[in-house]
Design a protein around this ligand. Structure first.
Ligand code: SF4
Ligand code: SF4
Length: 344
């Protein structure tokens, strides 16, 4: 697979990298064996970069176990949601233990927001912990990730970060306006998350090909099975960007998604009542397509009774709506789903 230079890190990484969310048994729903198969198949196919996070539960543990069995080198990036100096360094130690390595390539501040910036940048704050980690040789580079582009722009401008990770796909293109050019200008490596918009985009081939001629370095894709991996690999390896006509057709196809769809990022979790909010929202998408209960696929119908129990447990506390970076109206959708499945 084609290798690219990841900005000023100089790392030669594969254009497609393995995303860490589906490598968690909890967040991806696969068994440890299934996860190991995907990791080994990815490395066998030449992928040399895996990205994960402390907050993806057992994802780091599963990656560490799989990599321990292999001799070939794989670049590892992980992230921390902690913001304080001591907490960040403690997270890093824990990540290194779980990943079973002495150091990693990239350690990233995960899901930063504008509110985090003053404390993060002040003397003795989070950034100093990242710098210390670099000095101690625990990470070679430091990066930042967020769904909030204005926050990323401000942080990239500090010149402190080697990489930046942001959502970018055919329906989420705001990064084109400033962030992508800024990162190029400052030679900061660019990592694209949500190339399929967290699973909302069903046009897999078109959505991946959309990215091929864009000024971004690495496409991070979360893959739950070897079949999915092979499908994505074939598209990236063929390396045929969309023609203007194909892009127009794809834009027309995805237009009904609008802005209000769930990216399955899980930032609304945990729910105070243990409701699996991303699944709930995904199901709602089916009804947004105008499907009645009878028209729902069998698997969705089977899920109905279990989901109803969750939905009825929702106390409408509103915490998930506050945490969702896309301002999805979860409560309103929950009510519509209760109505839909009550008809079944
Ligand atoms: S509003 Fe409902 S779904 Fe959202 S966090 Fe509260 S209980 Fe959970
Ligand atoms: S509801 Fe919002 S925060 Fe929760 S998974 Fe979907 S997009 Fe992410």
């Amino acid at each position: 697979m084609e290798k690219v230079t990841l900005g000023r890190t100089g790392l030669q990484v594969t254009k497609m990298a393995l995303g860490g969310i589906p490598l968690s048994t909890v967040m991806g729903g696969n068994t440890e064996e299934e996860i190991e198969k995907v990791i080994h198949a990815a490395l066998d196919a030449g992928i040399n970069f895996i990205d994960t996070s402390r907050v993806y539960l057992d994802s780091e543990t599963n990656i560490g176990r799989a990599l321990e069995q292999r001799k070939s080198k794989c670049f590892i990036a992980t992230k921390t949601m902690s913001r304080g100096y001591e907490e960040i360094l403690a997270d890093l130690e824990e990540s290194l233990r779980e990943l079973k390595v002495d150091s990693m390539e990239i350690f990233q501040a995960h899901y930063m927001s504008k509110d985090d910036i003053p404390l993060f940048l002040k003397k003795g704050g989070g950034l100093d912990a990242f710098t210390k980690a670099k000095e101690r040789g625990l990470t070679r580079f430091i990066g930042v990730t967020s769904h909030y582009l204005d926050c990323l722009i401000e942080l990239v401008k500090t010149g402190e970060f080697d990489t930046v990770m942001f959502p970018y796909n055919v329906v989420e293109r705001d990064a084109e306006k400033e962030l992508m050019q800024l990162a190029r200008k400052m030679n900061v490596g660019t990592l694209v998350m949500k190339p399929l918009s967290g699973g909302a985009l069903r046009q897999i081939e078109g959505s991946l090909r959309f990215l091929l001629d864009k000024p971004v370095d690495v496409i991070l894709t979360g893959m739950s099975s070897v079949d999915e991996l092979e499908e994505n690999l074939a598209i990236i390896e063929r390396n045929i960007p969309l023609s203007p006509q194909e892009l127009k057709l794809l834009e027309e196809e995805v237009a009904p998604l609008g802005k209000l769809f769930c990216r399955r990022c899980g930032y609304c979790l945990p729910c105070t009542n243990d409701i699996r909010i991303p699944e709930m929202i995904q199901l709602m998408y089916q009804t947004m397509q105008g499907l009645s209960y009878e028209e729902l696929p069998e698997r969705k119908k089977r899920m109905g009774p279990g989901l109803l129990m969750w939905y009825e447990a929702c106390t409408e506390c509103g915490e998930c709506e506050k945490k969702c970076p896309y301002q999805l109206p979860t409560i309103e959708r929950k009510r519509a789903l209760v109505e839909l499945f009550s008809r079944g």
